[in-house]
Design a protein around this ligand. Structure first.
Ligand code: URA
Ligand code: SF4
Length: 206
């Protein structure tokens, strides 16, 4: 079994926080291990809890449109959430729920090693930019631990607020360039990495 399947199975039977008591289905997230871009939302809503899949309600419809505008196929990206089980009534996830669940997301990121992480909304943004304001940094690519992280508004919030909607639409339209730059950077880093770090096989290429 591959790492992502192992993690997903653990999530489905997880009882590490009280959200396990009210969920219908845990929502581990979905996408291929080869994804170059990973989106991290907040937590499952009603429809996600019903189906056990991320972003399948109205916010998901909007996310699908945004992905299309960025030239991305939903099947090629990984879509996850900060908490894998629905908070009752769609309340905000509690700090103890986020920390109980964070190991799963950490392991998903490690397994996928995406070139670009897009955070959707404040809870996933807080993992990377706890002191920043979304209004100040949305859409800006930042290098962090050898990859690029971009904070964006949450599609559910942007759906019904024209100013935010325009902002998230603009930010998604810039994603192809952000990804192209990140891929170029990664390639450059690979080429310029010291031969002794690459092992004997790589050394023979020089
Ligand atoms: N909102 C989220 O943050 N995640 C989902 O999966 C659906 C809606
Ligand atoms: Fe486990 Fe995360 Fe679900 Fe809590 S939210 S029960 S930690 S999978």
């Amino acid at each position: 079994m591959d790492d992502l399947t192992i993690i997903a199975n653990e999530v489905r039977s997880c009882r590490r926080c009280e959200l396990s008591g009210t969920r219908k289905n845990a929502v581990p997230g979905e996408g291929p291990a080869s994804a170059e871009v990973m989106f991290i939302g907040e937590g499952p809503g009603f429809h996600e809890d019903q189906q056990g899949r991320p972003f399948v309600g109205p916010a998901g419809e909007f996310l699908n449109q945004l992905l299309t505008s960025a030239g991305l196929n939903r099947n090629d990206v990984f879509i996850a959430n900060v908490v894998k089980c629905r908070p009752p009534g769609n309340r905000d996830p509690l700090p103890e729920e986020i920390s109980a669940c964070s190991g799963y997301l950490d392991r998903q990121i490690e397994a996928i090693n995406p070139k670009v992480i897009v955070t959707l909304g404040r809870y996933s943004m807080a993992r990377y930019f706890p002191r920043d304001k979304i209004s100040a940094i949305h859409g800006r690519a930042r290098r962090l631990d050898g990859r690029v992280v971009v904070a964006m508004y949450h599609p559910a919030a942007a759906l019904h607020q024209p100013a935010l909607r325009e902002a998230i639409e603009d930010d998604f339209r810039r994603l192809p360039q952000i990804l192209a730059d990140a891929l170029k950077q990664a390639e450059l880093a690979r080429k310029t990495s010291k031969p002794e770090d690459d092992g004997a096989e790589q050394l023979s290429l020089f």
